[in-house]
Each structure stands twice: as structure tokens, then as C-alpha cells.
Design a protein around this ligand. Structure first.
Ligand code: SIN
Length: 499
């Protein structure tokens, strides 16, 4: 293979984080976006949280983020997110994004779980992701960003540095590779994420020698539409509905969030998901009901939810909902500017662990993180690129999926679901480790189950029935790396989180 560099930077993924990085970098560097599909951004109903309303401040937004994160956020990273957020939202508006406004042109701000006030920008009610994607894709076209459709199936690594990507046999050399591949939804049986979001970025990073952290913190959205499906993507029923007065009820009509948390139906997402799970078990029902009668003008204000209900023959007034995998709070360990611990490899958005989400992401902080960290990694790479590497590179490639992937998904959905326990985790891991394979589903399941097994406490969205308390000793991260045999190994870090 030639030692020349084809582009300066390859961005893998075309969601909010990837396209923010690519469009910010394009005036300064030769950038190539490689994308296998639209990713999760388009599906985001809930919007962008940012302290842009009268009387709101980045400090108040940070306080809510830290509270939701259950003691596991990096306060400095949270301050960066909430302070830089309003500027990045302004950039998006300048690029043409149309957010919902009142008759006087003021931004209409919604409320979602864990937020102490109205702070969420939406577009077309519950179609925020579509507007964000439209704006950034248009900007990328205006700037002439190069684009390659395809799945990155391997990273090129030379002397411990990432120097390019393999796209189904076609190799592209670059001085920096930015992973912006989103989460791991389809590593689980049921998820709100679109098809194709399987955890590729996590697996590629592991194979290249990078460290993952916080991957036991998998967020289950409390209100996915119950469709009866045992596999695949299920529609989201946005939390913004509860922000406008919708109430969760059990089969007997009781509003069961009252008395469980001071914010009741607007408690942080982990609290609501746990309560829904408990009620479903207690009543032996596969769903609870979201009573939307208090929400005025629902069909006009929440067209995406209304269309999903219609498509599934569900009455809008009382929507059957159930928790489903939604978001990975951890990911590839990065510094505040997107760099992983492998030279040449960067990560932004859901695939990255910047420390802002801790053990439970605050609602609508994910599009914001994509904007802020997409911009940050671009700023860094515009300033300075890693040195060019001329030596031959080795290909660290994902193996094609086999039947083993389906089993890995079942094991992760069972033992790594909303409520976990040590026996289930150990059994699932034993079965997985009996057949190591560099397939995405296998690597991702082994990483998440390993980290969940090591964390012997409950915190945020990591809930263990055998360890129900949060413990001070566990105020530290769990890192996952591949061992010499290619098996993800999880271990607690020595250092504690900043208090
Ligand atoms: C929602 O609309 O409920 C989801 C928003 C998010 O995941 O932050």
C-alpha cells in the first residue's frame, strides 16, 4: 500500500457530530465523510438543550446535567458543554436551522425530564433531528465536502497510530480519523436507534487499541412505543409530551410517578425507566400507558409521534409505552478535544465518552454534545494535524457478522438490560468468552457486559438488583481494552472522579 495521504481527515459518520466536524474543518483541511446511512440524528424528536432562554444560565444547565449524571459526570466537561452550547446553537441558526418560534419570533422552549426549567429547542414540534440533519447536509454540500457512501470495516494502523480507514476493501489514508458513528442500539434486540447503528465505532476503536469507558451506562428510554416487536427499531414517544403535561399511568389508571421523585413524570430518565419497569413487572403487563389528554393540540405539535401511533393503530389519548435501549452514555475515551488514547484516532458524539453524561444523560444533551464536540475536534485538527506516517500499515478489520452476532445480541439484551445482576452477567460473559470473535456485536456485548459485571453497585442507568445502592468506592470509571487474545477486558480505574 502506498504511504501517501489521500486526505487530511476522514470523518466516519454523518450525524450531527460528524457533519459539524466536517463542515467546520472543510475550509481548512481536505476532509472526507464516510457514511453507511443517516444515523440517529434524523430520528431525534426531543431537541437541543441550551441555556438560551430569559433567566437561564449555563450554570443552571450544568447543575441539571450533573444531577442527572448521578455523580459520574466530569464537571469541567459539563461546564464546557453548557457554556459553549449557546454559541453552537447560534452557529446552527446562522447556517439556516429553523427552530420553533412564537408569533413574536422568540424561540419556543420545551421541557423534558431532569430539566429544572424550559430549555429545549425543537423544530417542527418533534422533528428536530430532521431539521438539524437538513441544515448540516446542506452546509456540507455548499462547502463541497467529499463524501463516500459505505461502511468502514477496518482501521489502518501503523506503529501504533491510526493512519486511515478501509471501506469494504477500498483503503483511504488520512492523518486523522474521527469516529462519529453514534451508539450501539442494534447490539440490543430492541432499540429506538435506526438500523445500522450497531456499535461499529466502539469495535473499531477497540481493535485499534483504544480504551472505552463508562460503557455499562446504557440509557433505556422509558417511553418507546410498545409495538409487540421483539427485535429491531421501535418508535420513540418523546419525553417532551410529559413536558407538556402527559402522565404515565398503570393498568388501573394510577399516575405512578407521583411520590417517587419530586419531579414526578419529569424525573431524570433513569428514574422513570426504572419505575416503568417495576410497574410492568408488578402488574405482569408488557407496557404502561401514557395519558396524553392534558397535551393541547397534540397532532399538530407532535406530528412524528402522532404518525407512529396511527401507523401502529394506537389511540393517541392513551399510548402503550415500554422502555427500550436508546443511548450509550460512555464510549471511546477522549480528552476535551476529541482525541482518543491512540494517536491519529478521534471520537465525537455518542460514540465518544467526554465525561458529560456520567451515569445517565440529561434529555436533549446529545445533539448539543454533537455540536459542541464536533466543533471542538475540528478546531483542534484545523490548528494541528498528527504527523504524516509513511510506513506500511496493518489493517485492523471487523469480521463479518455470523450467527454468533445474533446470540451476542440476545445475551446483551438479557443480562445487560435495564436491570442486571451478577449471576446473569457472569453466565452471559462465560458463554460469550467461550467463542471470541472480532465481530461488532460480539465485541460490543463483551465490553458492556464486562463493565457491568465489574461495577458492583447501582448508579444512574446501570441498575443491579444484587447491588441496589451507589457506593462511594465506585466513584471511578471502568475502562475496557482488548487483551492480547482479542478479548475486551474491563477494569476499574484507580483514580476517583472529581467531586
Ligand atoms: C426524547 O425526545 O424523549 C428523546 C430526547 C433525547 O434522547 O434526548
Amino acid at each position: 500500500m502506498s504511504g501517501s495521504t489521500d486526505v487530511d481527515v476522514v470523518v466516519v459518520g454523518a450525524g450531527v457530530a460528524g457533519l459539524t466536524a466536517a463542515t467546520t474543518l472543510a475550509p481548512h483541511r481536505r476532509v472526507l465523510v464516510v457514511s453507511a446511512g443517516a444515523g440517529s440524528t434524523r430520528w431525534a424528536q426531543g431537541g437541543i438543550a441550551a441555556a438560551v432562554g430569559p433567566g437561564d444560565t449555563p450554570e443552571q444547565h450544568a447543575a441539571d446535567t450533573l444531577e442527572a449524571g448521578a455523580g459520574a459526570c466530569d464537571p469541567e466537561a459539563v461546564a464546557v458543554l453548557t457554556t459553549e452550547g449557546p454559541g453552537r446553537v447560534a452557529d446552527l441558526v446562522a447556517a439556516g436551522a429553523r427552530f420553533d418560534r412564537d408569533a413574536e419570533g422568540r424561540l419556543l422552549l420545551g421541557r423534558e425530564g431532569g430539566h429544572g426549567r424550559r430549555r429545549i429547542l425543537h423544530a417542527s414540534g418533534d422533528a428536530t433531528g430532521v431539521e438539524v440533519a437538513r441544515t448540516l447536509e446542506l452546509r456540507a454540500r455548499e462547502l463541497g465536502v467529499s463524501w463516500l457512501d459505505g461502511r468502514v470495516t477496518g482501521l489502518l494502523v501503523s506503529r501504533g497510530r491510526v493512519v486511515g480507514v478501509d471501506v469494504g476493501g477500498r483503503q483511504v489514508r488520512a492523518r486523522a480519523v474521527v469516529l462519529a458513528t453514534g451508539g450501539l442500539g442494534h447490539a440490543y434486540p430492541v432499540t429506538t436507534n435506526p438500523t445500522g447503528v450497531t456499535g461499529d465505532g466502539l469495535a473499531l476503536a477497540l481493535l485499534a487499541g483504544a480504551t472505552l469507558v463508562d460503557v455499562e451506562f446504557v440509557q433505556f428510554h422509558p417511553t418507546a412505543l410498545w409495538t409487540g416487536a421483539a427485535y429491531g427499531q421501535v418508535p420513540l414517544v418523546t419525553e417532551a409530551l410529559r413536558g407538556e403535561g402527559a402522565v404515565l399511568r398503570d393498568a388501573g389508571g394510577e399516575a405512578f410517578m407521583q411520590g417517587r421523585h419530586p419531579l414526578a413524570d419529569l424525573a431524570p430518565r433513569d428514574v422513570v425507566a426504572r419505575a416503568v419497569h417495576e410497574v410492568m413487572r408488578r402488574d405482569a403487563t408488557p407496557y404502561v400507558l401514557l395519558d396524553t389528554r392534558p397535551v393541547a393540540d397534540l397532532e399538530r405539535r407532535f406530528p412524528t409521534v402522532a404518525a407512529a401511533c396511527r401507523a401502529h393503530g394506537v389511540a393517541l389519548a392513551s399510548v402503550p409505552v415500554t422502555p427500550a435501549e436508546h443511548y450509550l452514555c460512555g464510549g471511546v475515551l477522549t480528552d476535551g478535544w476529541g482525541a482518543s488514547d491512540v494517536p491519529g484516532l478521534y471520537a465525537v458524539g455518542e460514540v465518544a465518552a467526554t465525561g458529560v453524561h456520567g451515569a445517565n444523560r440529561l434529555a436533549s444533551n446529545s445533539l448539543l454534545e454533537g455540536l459542541v464536540h464536533g466543533h471542538r475536534v475540528a478546531t483542534r485538527l484545523a490548528r494541528e494535524l498528527p504527523a504524516s506516517v509513511v510506513a506500511d500499515a496493518e489493517l485492523c478489520a471487523l469480521a463479518p457478522a455470523t450467527a454468533c452476532s445474533a446470540r451476542a445480541r440476545e445475551l446483551l439484551g438479557g443480562a445487560g438490560g435495564l436491570v442486571r445482576d451478577g449471576v446473569g452477567l457472569a453466565d452471559a460473559r462465560r458463554e460469550l468468552l467461550a467463542r471470541p470473535a472480532p465481530e461488532v456485536a460480539w465485541l460490543v456485548a463483551a465490553a458492556v457486559l464486562g463493565a457491568a459485571d465489574v461495577r458492583r453497585e447501582s448508579r444512574g442507568c446501570h441498575v443491579r438488583s444484587d447491588e441496589p445502592e451507589s457506593r462511594p468506592w465506585w466513584r471511578r470509571r471502568i475502562g475496557v481494552r482488548l487483551d492480547a487474545a482479542g478479548v475486551p477486558r474491563a477494569a476499574a480505574e484507580r483514580e476517583e472522579w472529581a467531586a
